[in-house]
Design a protein around this ligand. Structure first.
Ligand code: NAI
Length: 328
């Protein structure tokens, strides 16, 4: 099959080529998928997409006109695909349901440790010969309450890590996960989790019910000075409300690997340009905010697994007309 790979970076080529045991042909496309770029996939039967490619109805119609019959997502999340339009157009969608939940869970722990113990600030200070400790005060994780919203594969991996630190675990999820119960998690309604947790970490998918799940009302329920961590999807937070809570001091710490409007920013080197997003620029001004650019998934193991599952979806579709891990 000919596969149009949108949002290609050098590391995508490396891992997809290595996983291409079926001899499929790649068309590397640096641009993101959108209505205007969809025609670049003309003549390809599959389009391979990453998280900020926008597979809305218009883009899907253009892909279908060019011959695309399969969307092979290089991601677990599929909120960037209009599934109803894909179905209507006869385009199958395959995703990578699990590649390395540990990659995201470990990055979440890294953000918490960095933000709490301020190692990013200490690193800068020490390089400048400033060994003062003022402003670097943290807290012990042992004995703290961690609230995990969404206890699927990543939430469970994160629960195991935080159990290791001696944290008390609260969970909120429509479905209880036995792996989380096994490490001592107690399931509670969301409001109770928000009231009791010292650290709230989001691991649920972005679906209509979770859009702005954390808003002005939920922030007001959180413990004063609590830490909020989002490594899931940006729009689960109402960013404006979060900025309000940071300004008032109600929210003590914020760590983000994802951002509501990230498709205009993340995965590109914008160091020589002016950031036009005033909300993002405001977030960068807070000393108690730590942001990474959607890198939680980015480990050797995860990239290898993503490439292998993507190519397994392609192989299954070529053989049977259905990807190995279909969506919808
Ligand atoms: P999963 O499907 O294994 O788990 C998601 C869990 O969220 C499920 O248990 C589900 O029941 C629960 N859930 C659904 N609606 C909920 C609600 N309203 N409230 C609470 N829980 C709810 O998914 P997985 O693999 O754990 O991934 C979670 C999310 O992490 C993905 O949807 C994706 O958005 C994000 N992600 C972020 C990455 C990054 O690099 N930052 C990489 C991979 C995933």
């Amino acid at each position: 099959m000919r596969i149009a790979v949108f949002s290609t970076k050098p590391y995508d080529c490396r891992f997809l080529e290595a996983a291409n045991s079926g001899g499929h042909a790649f068309v590397w496309i640096e641009a993101r998928l959108g209505e205007a770029t969809a025609r670049l996939a003309e003549g390809c039967e599959a389009a391979c997409l990453f998280v900020n490619d926008r597979a809305d109805a218009a883009a899907l119609e253009a892909l279908a006109r060019g011959g695309v019959r399969l969307l092979a997502l290089r991601s677990a999340g599929f909120n960037h695909v209009d599934l109803a339009a894909a179905k209507r157009l006869g385009i199958a969608v395959g995703r990578v349901p699990a590649y390395s939940p540990e990659a995201v869970a470990e990055h979440t722990a890294a953000l918490i440790l960095t933000l709490n113990r301020k190692t990013h600030r200490a690193w800068n200070r020490v390089r400048e010969g400033n060994f003062a400790l003022d402003g670097l005060l943290g807290f012990d994780l042992r004995g703290r309450t961690v609230g995990i919203v969404g206890t699927g594969q990543i939430g469970a991996a994160f629960a195991r890590i935080m159990a290791g630190f001696g944290c008390r675990l609260l969970g909120h999820d429509p479905q209880e996960n036995p792996d989380c119960l096994a490490v001592g998690m107690r399931y509670v309604p969301l409001d109770e989790l928000l009231r009791e947790a010292d650290i709230v970490s989001l691991h649920c998918p972005l679906v209509p019910a979770t859009r702005h799940l954390i808003n002005a009302r939920s922030l007001a329920l959180m413990k004063p000075g609590a830490m909020l961590v989002n490594t899931s999807r940006g729009a689960i937070l109402d960013t404006g409300a979060v900025i309000g809570a940071l300004k008032s001091g109600r929210l003590g710490h914020l760590a983000l690997d994802v951002y509501e409007e990230e498709e205009k920013l993340f995965f590109e080197d914008l160091s020589g340009t002016v950031i036009e997003d005033d909300v993002f620029a405001r977030l960068l001004t807070f000393p108690n905010v730590l942001i990474t650019g959607h890198q939680a998934f980015f480990t050797e193991e995860a990239m290898r697994a993503i490439a292998e599952t993507t190519m397994a979806n392609v192989a299954a579709f070529a053989a049977t007309g259905t990807p190995r891990h279909p969506v919808g």
